[in-house]
Write a protein that binds this ligand. Structure first.
Ligand code: MSP
Length: 529
């Protein structure tokens, strides 16, 4: 049976091109999606833009455009950013699309038929930045919204309300029955504490008339943006792909986790749909210690960095350095050094040295013979040990433990950062082996010929395996590696598309000790960056 996996990013507000932290969320989702494909899941991965925002009208006016023209423009910028970052999404949604309007109107009617929607008056605080209602205890001591550092507006208007209070028990039971519903745990505890206090009903309409979704029970109202936006996840599963619902993972930052883990399951329960399996909330990050904003002039556009350094440099920095649930700051110096010294200096330099030494010395076509090779190792490099273990068995054990943990580390615990650290350790280990065994010195002496051939074979084996383990994140460089190590098995790995290798084939690719590499002859004439 096909294993299915549905992962989503938030739909981002369509007020500007994506910035680096939107890219972070999309890249995190991309790594998970690609990893799942590597493990034979059929992956549905949705993203794009939240367009029904009150602020859009204001934004469009600022640049002298009609709202729809403005939205078209922004969404093209999103497409081009995700293309440059090579985000492997399969589904996309703009909330101005008729299919979405249709679904939202349908579910509002269902909720009403359950007695969950009523007319009332809203009086209180509203943050336009969050498009959310605030309680005094949600604000900073200066009465500002903690995410937008702005004073919420005091509003009073007639609204339709959703009976969230009715779902308190439902939510408490949901949290008990799914103890990893929100990740990480400390965030989940905050959510549980919030729900335990008391849940207020929330407004699902604004008395307004504009391009937004018309409220189906009263045409003098439009649908409140969060009620509309959250249903995007279901819209992409309508009419086709229904079997993907409920979503396996919603990825986002902590700023919108309440909407996803409290409002959203209640809305789904009211409209008769099953709830998602997991919500992942990473931290809300800064740049050089400050919140990123146009007015501070510190907005980092991922497209510019990708054009200069390549997509994988951004991925490596963001996920090697940043622990998903800790406070973090984008630091340019650190970014450049991780690219130059770690990625180019250690990983790619290793590939380049091993490949060019092998080519220069005519190891362009060869085959491992595991038995002979192992025997050779056991007899000849007993002296080469790491933590009292022979390098080969140490390396194989290491590879296997990462490969085994792949599912748990990346996909259950979502601990991408530890996985990256383990991966980079392998790179270091291989460099150390190269440094210690010195094949280039042995090359000069006919009596050590067998040894340098084995050294280089082993190093080629290492870079091949390390390459495979990097396939879901160092996507562009893995493509390059595939072109260099002209190996039939490697060519089959494609984390962008659903991957139709058999389990046996994949196991073989991960574990194969006997394989053939034909170094690409053209590679002799092209330089490794
Ligand atoms: N449109 C809503 C989401 C609706 S989903 C049904 C929205 N949009 S947003 O453009 O503000 O995007 C918020 C998301 O962008 C965050 O949850 C996070 O994924 C990403 N980030 C935006 N700024 C960020 C940081 N400074 N740090 C980390 N992630 C951030 O909210």
């Amino acid at each position: 049976m096909t294993k299915r996996y549905f992962i989503t990013t938030p739909i981002y507000y369509a007020n500007w091109a994506p910035h680096i932290w939107h890219a972070y969320t999309s890249l995190l989702s991309d790594i998970i999606a690609r990893s799942k494909r590597l493990l034979w899941y059929k992956v549905k991965f949705s993203t794009w833009v939240d367009e029904n925002w009150q602020k859009m009208i204001q934004k469009a006016q600022e640049v002298g455009k009609d709202v729809i023209e403005f939205l078209d423009d922004i969404y093209h910028q999103h497409i081009s950013a995700w293309e440059k970052l090579n985000i492997s999404y399969t589904d996309y949604i703009r909330t101005t699309e008729p299919r979405h309007h249709e679904l939202v109107k349908k579910v509002i009617k269902i909720c009403e038929s359950k007695g969950d929607i009523y007319k009332g008056k809203y009086e209180g605080l509203y943050c336009v930045g969050c498009e959310g209602f605030k309680k005094p205890e949600d604000l900073t001591p200066e009465w500002l919204c903690p995410d937008h550092l702005k004073k919420p507006e005091v509003i009073s208007e007639e609204n339709y309300f959703f009976k969230l209070s009715k779902y308190q028990e439902f939510l408490e039971n949901l949290y008990k029955s799914n103890p990893s519903f929100v990740y990480p745990d400390f965030r989940f505890n905050e959510i549980k504490a919030f729900v335990e206090r008391w849940l207020d009903d929330f407004s699902v309409s604004r008395k307004w008339q504009d391009f937004r979704i018309q409220f189906p029970l009263d045409d003098s109202h439009v649908v409140y943006i969060w009620f509309d936006a959250l249903f995007n996840y279901l819209t992409v599963c309508q009419w086709w792909d229904e079997e993907f619902w409920p979503a396996d993972l919603h990825v986002m930052a902590k700023d919108i986790v309440r909407f996803h883990s409290i409002y959203w399951p209640a809305m789904l329960e009211s409209s008769g749909y099953p709830v998602p399996k997991k919500v992942l909330a990473h931290w809300y990050f800064t740049v050089d210690g400050q919140k990123m904003s146009k007015s501070l002039g510190n907005v980092i556009e991922p497209v510019e960095i990708v054009e200069k350094y390549g997509r994988d440099a951004v991925v490596f920095y963001l996920f090697y350095d940043i622990v998903v649930w800790n406070d973090w700051d984008f630091n340019w110096e650190r970014f450049k050094s991780s690219y130059n010294s770690m990625l180019l200096g250690w990983w790619w330099n290793l590939v380049s040295r091993v490949v060019s030494l092998s080519q220069k010395n005519w190891i362009t076509e060869w085959k491992f013979d595991n038995d002979i090779w192992m025997k050779w190792f056991v007899e000849n490099i007993k002296w080469y040990t790491i933590e009292n273990e022979n390098i080969y068995s140490y390396f194989v054990k290491f590879i296997q433990s990462i490969a085994n943990e792949f599912d748990t580390k990346i996909l259950d615990e979502l601990d991408i950062n530890s996985y990256f650290k383990a991966w980079y350790n392998l790179v270091q280990l291989s460099n150390k082996f190269m440094q210690d065994s010195q094949p280039w010195t042995k090359l000069k002496d006919e009596s050590t010929k067998e040894e340098w051939i084995k050294d280089l074979q082993f190093l080629l084996y290492m870079i091949r395996q390390i390459g495979i383990l990097s396939a879901p994140f160092l996507v562009d460089w893995f493509e390059k590696l595939k072109n260099i190590l002209w190996n039939e098995d490697l060519k089959k790995i494609n984390t962008w598309k659903d991957w139709w290798l058999t389990e046996w084939e994949l196991k073989n690719i991960f574990e194969q000790k006997e394989f053939r590499v034909d170094l690409n002859p053209w590679y002799l004439y092209t330089k490794v960056e």
